[in-house]
Design a protein around this ligand. Structure first.
Ligand SMILES: [Zn+2]
Ligand SMILES: [Zn+2]
Length: 301
């Protein structure tokens, strides 16, 4: 969301996770250092309107920040990977949909009418007391073309993922750097995996579904639609990305387990991180060094 009074002098790409947990929110003390909200990832180039990927429970807190009294006009785009509960449950609690000043562009790879039907359905009785069509924000429903589309300075290109009922990943290319979002996805379909690797080629950041450990996956969870850090590292090496961020943590994964997972993953792809709520990452191109991206990490205490 941009405020109308912003000047746009900052030409960096900011990436921030407002929800990193898969399947269901986990308000449990042994998981909160990583984060208990379900998927909600936000990108902003300079001071342009936000591009939000998925509307998990993390969207509620983002909305609270955006609907401050001094905000004049709110604009944002929301890209949906798919419509499982963990990716949509924040939408009814996203403050801007109740604002007369908000303009929201909603995107998926489905036809615009199908997207509208699905998004409205979740707020119809008996699921929710206030139907979305009765809320004041201006909304548009859009199908992301296979060849991609522009949202401000960002170019958004979808890629098909392997997940029950279907899902889409997105590559977001900005003048300051590129990010590819691959959640929810199960590796193993060669044609789909090849297309993902092609879309991911050379991206600065790969956000990847690391819901299961390799052991959990092999033992019990083949066919559940999720992947592992090992497959993330494999893809990161294959596509020569700059950084791998492990995302969509299992609701059973505790904060104590993640350092071991991270250490294991770094043996296979050194520049790996764990997705955590509210730890922004800034990407900027260092023009003095040609096209080399520079990752400026700004970690909050
Ligand atoms: Zn999910
Ligand atoms: Zn899913």
């Amino acid at each position: 969301m941009s405020r109308t009074d912003q000047t746009g002098s900052d030409k960096r790409l900011k990436l921030e996770f407002w929800g990193v947990r898969g399947s269901i929110a986990t308000p449990e003390s042994d998981k909160l250092r990583t984060g208990g909200n379900t998927p909600c990832t936000v990108l902003q180039y300079g001071s342009e309107p936000l591009v939000i990927i998925d509307a998990g429970t993390g969207l509620r807190l983002l909305g609270r920040q955006l609907t401050s009294p001094e905000t004049d006009v709110l604009q944002a785009s929301i890209l949906f990977s798919h419509f499982h509960w963990d990716h949509i449950q924040g939408l009814p609690f996203f403050g801007p949909i109740y604002s007369h000043h908000a303009k929201l562009q909603l995107y998926s790879t489905l036809k615009a009418e199908s997207l509208q039907k699905i998004v409205e359905l979740q707020m119809n009785p008996p699921f929710f007391p206030l139907p979305l069509k009765n809320t004041p924000a201006v909304r548009s429903y859009n199908q992301t073309p296979t060849r991609g589309c522009k949202l401000g300075s960002l170019t958004i290109t979808p890629v098909r993922l392997s997940h029950p009922g279907g899902a889409s990943g997105y590559r977001l290319e900005s003048p300051a750097g590129s990010v590819i979002y691959v959640s929810d996805h199960e590796h193993g379909n060669a044609a789909i995996d090849d297309a993902i690797a092609e879309h991911a080629a050379g991206a600065d950041i790969l956000i990847y579904d690391a819901h299961f450990t390799p052991d959990e996956y092999e033992r019990s969870y083949k066919g559940w639609g999720h992947s592992t850090w090992r497959e993330g590292a494999r893809l990161a090496n294959r596509a020569a990305v700059g950084e791998l961020i492990l995302f969509h943590h299992s609701p059973d994964r505790t904060d104590r387990e993640l350092p071991t997972i991270l250490a294991d993953a770094r043996l296979e792809f050194a520049n790996t991180e764990i997705a955590r709520e509210n730890q922004p990452i800034l990407l900027a191109r260092d023009r003095g060094l040609g096209a080399q991206p520079v990752t400026v990490k700004q970690r909050r205490a």
